[in-house]
Ligand binder design. Sequence first.
Ligand code: NAD
Length: 288
Amino acid sequence: MTAHIIDGNALSAQLRADVSARAALLTERGFKPGLAVLLVGDDPASAVYVRNKVKACQDHGLHSVLERHPATLSEASLLARVQALNADPAIHGILVQLPLPAHIDTQRIIEAIAPHKDVDGFHVASAGALMTGLPGFWPCTPHGCMKMLESIGYELRGKHAVVIGRSNIVGKPMALMLLQAHATVTICHSATPNLAHHTRQADVIVCAVGRRGLLLADMVKPGSVVIDVGMNRDQAGKLCGDVDFEGVRLVAGYITPVPGGVGPMTITMLLINTLEAAQASAAAEGQA
Ligand code: NAD
């Protein structure tokens, strides 16, 4: 038996239909959800990512602003732009596309975003809220993975989840979300000896490394759920994940493909966070 595929495009389409409906209602009340995306420099991959985010806003009735700045933009000027957007009532979410040029202190820029507009969920206030179980924006990629688990009705309580990768934007928040859902969580990373020893015991594996062929069929327990966050290119230049999809699908119970898995869910969760920021803004003015 081959694994069931968790289709990120289909789930996204379903969630985005709801985004469109809620955005239309907020717009009627004068709170059209607005996202500002700041791009500094001309990294081609970043340009594609921001274009996709802005297009998703347009497709679902959200207002969006894309600011492109040259790679030579000073840190002070970028801070000033963030502060201006913090004060802009038409903007409910601010996203600074990473990576930033080396002369800019990324953390300083992220911390300048007002936490109630931190729709990427990277501000320490958002990270702290996730850590302590308080309300706040969750980073979009791991949040999208949680939605995928939810979509198959997966009960995490009492299950063993193994997260591979410990970055601030994927691995660590992923582990915290799984923990909050009552899973027993193991975090593996570049200094973990014998990765397969851990993954073979896992009911759920989330792979977020950025290395093609990292997770092979003999590293996976039969029937487990495998979520592939990785984005790599194969020898032919085709997009692929960290998981040996063809091999692992013969062992796992559920698997996410690349492309068409976590990728579309990330943008969907960004739309949802922006919508919720606008909703909170409307509620603060007593109109929600
Ligand atoms: P990162 O480089 O910040 O982190 C990679 C992590 O992998 C590190 O914590 C490191 O310890 C771990 N690692 C490295 N080699 C390892 C090994 N041999 N065994 C176990 N762990 C190892 O990357 P990131 O930003 O967390 O992204 C991870 C991957 O997910 C990348 O491929 C990235 O492109 C992709 N990604 C996809 C989306 C999406 O929307 N689909 C979003 C964000 C990131």
